[in-house]
Ligand binder design. Structure first.
Ligand SMILES: C[S@@+](CC[C@H](N)C(=O)[O-])C[C@H]1O[C@@H](n2cnc3c(N)ncnc32)[C@H](O)[C@@H]1O
Length: 226
């Protein structure tokens, strides 16, 4: 896979390509949305039509092209709350937010005192959204497409990447990093069942288009390498 060096604020920032993708899928653009519970303003899918009715073929197209960055997923939202409730877990650290989506967890970590955040996501639009969301919150972060490009870091934060069984192999490769890990997943996930959660938060995906959330109980794991 092609890899990229961390990209900082020099990347040209505009939300046109982000909006274009959303309009093609949902018929409406992104909106700057303030989530008071986590103290962040994020560019998310506009939630102005809660009565969305999508045809089955449209649902398939949405899932095949899911703009994960346009939502704050329940686990990421719960982990954002956790790091803000427990700032000592991130303060002064260089943090890698893996499967960053909107960058919600990394941004919450910066607000809680992290020294530096690198958001890693395979989706180029997600990396653009992370930079845009950092700008909206007057924060700075870097983005990479692969973990190998992030350089050294002190802590991995991971919110909601086991949603797809094809991602289950990632659990093993993240543990292989031999780094402390803060990881949030829905209670339903069994891949982490041999880990003991340090906290259980309730979390709700926003916008919750079509009722994404089946399990709102989010388990937060703090894994230390042996
Ligand atoms: C459900 S979203 C979670 C986003 C964010 N952490 C949150 O909780 O709101 C999962 C994200 O993982 C990313 N992802 C999936 N596989 C990945 C991989 N192999 N490397 C990096 N990112 C990946 C997807 O592109 C997506 O943005």
């Amino acid at each position: 896979m092609m890899s990229e060096k961390p990209q900082g604020p020099l990347v040209s920032l505009n939300s046109e390509s982000l909006n274009h993708h959303l309009v093609s899928l949902f018929g409406r653009p992104a909106k700057q949305t303030r989530l008071e519970d986590i103290g962040l303003t994020l560019l998310l899918l506009d939630d102005d039509d809660s009565s969305d009715q999508f045809a089955p073929e449209q649902v398939d197209t949405i899932w095949q092209n899911m703009p994960y960055w346009a939502f704050v997923w329940s686990s990421g939202r719960a982990l954002a709350s956790f790091v803000q409730d427990h700032p000592a877990t991130v303060a002064g650290k260089r943090i890698l937010d893996f499967g960053a989506g909107s960058g919600v967890v990394g941004l919450a970590a910066l607000n809680a005192g992290a020294a530096e955040v690198i958001c890693c996501d395979i989706d180029p639009l997600s990396r653009q959204a992370c930079l845009e969301n950092a700008r909206l919150n007057q924060l700075n972060l870097q983005v990479v497409s692969a973990i190998e490009d992030a350089g050294d870091f002190d802590l991995l934060v991971v919110g909601d990447i086991l949603y797809d069984t094809r991602n289950h192999g990632l659990a093993h490769s993240l543990f292989q990093q031999q780094k402390p890990l803060l990881w949030a997943e829905s209670q339903a996930q069994t891949k982490l069942a041999d880990q003991r959660p340090v906290a259980i938060y309730s979390g709700e995906t926003y916008p919750n288009v079509g009722g994404f959330d089946e399990h709102k109980q989010i388990h937060i794991y703090h894994h230390l390498p042996v």
